[in-house]
Design a protein around this ligand. Structure first.
Ligand code: 5AD
Ligand code: SF4
Length: 441
């Protein structure tokens, strides 16, 4: 427990960057309420988990954590569950984990100050707002926990209802922020010393400026033109809404990073139909074609699900051939995991777990081969990196390229690297998941 009288909290975050950024806002709100953040559960009066329910494993982690720390309740500690599992499970969390006193979904964080008062008085508090709310969780109390990358939410929620996905149920319907308020926040981030911005949304491509001023591509370009901004990233894109104007914006504005994450999920048009993804393999590849004809080489990454109900061996092979055809720089691969409320729950032809595991291994091995070959193309080139840290054991600096690749490098003589600045690095050798180089003078 804290030595002084100030209330303390510990917060652990699971899941996507939206959750990471929500946590920044939750931290800011708690600090404003007089709490101090601590690094360990032992030091904390209030223990919070910002949770993810995208796959069963992510959800189980939360309940394991809660079970592990149940014994701490006798020390007067309080527990709260935030985020997607909170929204999905609601009051049922109190039954499964009776030592929890706060359950709050992401649409209700603005009510946290009142909920804190309730739990401090020994009561239980729930924030499970109807997710049809128009409200975005905006607060002036955002704590910026990533020293290099400033996150800005531009759209919350998702209206796509892919057959496997829990997000429309946990984060509700789409609502966008005005492009003017996004630009204002970008300027504030520059004043705070940030030069890299990441625009966030479950589906940034369906961004609709409530003031009708700018399309997503226009907003992207405008953020890239804010003085002081060197790098702009955005995630996540849905192929159906991914317009050619985004590639044109990347061509026109140097600050827009040459990296696009475009989740494909499957290479089979039949499976894409069953997933309700609203595009075919050919339409997806058309978008890839736009990116491949861009002026700068755009790094393309994706997400793949294996073992969706009814996925045949032939469907699966189509995913493998798609990986080759696109030549991704990185792929996040997942075994299909049935989620509450989702339409796919009703589908027959579940794939046995062992077979899902086999397909996962095959995809990963294939992609590893592709990455080994892909990364070699960088050898001999000079890339700019943002210096993010130092590995003293290896006497290397850790950098990130505009394409979002990790580029570790050495710097000797007058070429001194400094964390938080940019450096030019010549690439000397490559690995499946990183590059190695030396800083050029
Ligand atoms: N099972 C497996 N993977 C899933 N994803 C989303 N829902 C599921 C699910 N039910 C994956 C998708 C998505 C990524 C964030 O998580 O690939 O793009
Ligand atoms: Fe997980 Fe989706 Fe919630 Fe992000 S929005 S935390 S990925 S369930």
């Amino acid at each position: 427990m804290s030595g002084d009288s100030q209330k303390t909290f510990y917060l652990e975050t699971f899941g996507c960057q939206m959750n990471v950024h929500d946590s920044e806002k939750v931290i800011g709100t708690l600090v404003q309420q007089g709490y101090r953040q601590v690094e360990t559960v032992e030091q904390a009066d209030l223990i919070l988990y910002n949770t993810c329910s995208i796959r069963d494993k992510a959800e189980q982690k939360v309940f394991h954590r809660l079970a592990d720390f149940k014994k701490l309740q006798s020390q007067g500690k309080k527990f709260g569950v935030l985020g997607c599992v909170a929204q999905q499970e609601g009051d049922r969390i109190f039954e499964r984990a009776p030592h929890v006193s706060l359950v709050c979904g992401s649409a209700s964080y603005r009510n946290l100050p009142e909920m804190l008062v309730q739990i401090e008085a020994g009561k239980r508090a729930t924030g499970l707002d109807d997710r049809q709310t128009d409200e975005c969780f905006e607060t002036e109390f955002t704590a910026r926990t990533n020293p290099y990358r400033g996150y800005i939410t531009i759209i919350e929620g998702c209206d796509k209802f892919c057959a496997y996905c829990v997000v429309p149920f946990t984060r509700g319907k789409e609502r966008s922020r005005t492009s003017d308020s996004v630009l204002e926040e970008a300027r504030q981030l520059v004043d705070l010393g940030y030069s890299e911005i990441q625009l966030l949304g479950q589906n940034v491509n369906s961004y609709k400026d409530p003031a009708g001023k700018r399309s997503f591509a226009e907003l992207l370009a405008a953020v890239g033109e804010v003085p002081g901004i060197k790098r702009v990233r955005f995630t996540t894109s849905h192929p159906r809404d991914f317009g050619r104007d985004i590639v044109e914006a990347i061509d026109a504005v140097p600050a827009l990073c040459d990296h696009v994450h475009l989740p494909v999920q499957s290479g089979s048009t039949r499976v894409l139909g069953a997933m309700q993804r609203l595009y075919t393999r050919e339409q997806y590849l058309e978008r890839i074609g736009w990116m491949k004809s861009a002026k700068r080489e755009i790094s393309i990454t994706t997400d793949v699900i294996v073992g969706f109900p009814g996925e045949t061996e032939a469907d699966f092979v189509e995913t493998l051939t798609l990986l080759e055809e696109v030549g991704y720089d990185s792929v996040f691969t997942f075994k299909y995991s049935p989620r509450p409320n989702t339409p796919a729950l009703k589908l027959d032809d579940a794939i046995p777990d062992q077979e899902k595991a086999r397909r996962l291994e095959v995809v990963m091995a294939k992609q590893r081969e592709i990455q080994i070959a892909q990364n070699k193309r960088h050898i001999g080139t000079v890339r700019e990196v943002m210096v993010e840290g130092r590995n003293d054991l290896r006497a290397q600096w850790i950098g990130r390229t505009s394409q979002n690749k990790t580029l570790n490098f050495t710097a000797s003589g007058p070429a001194m690297a400094k964390v938080g600045t940019y450096a030019q690095v010549r690439i000397l050798s490559t690995f499946p998941n990183s590059l190695l180089g030396e800083m050029v003078v």
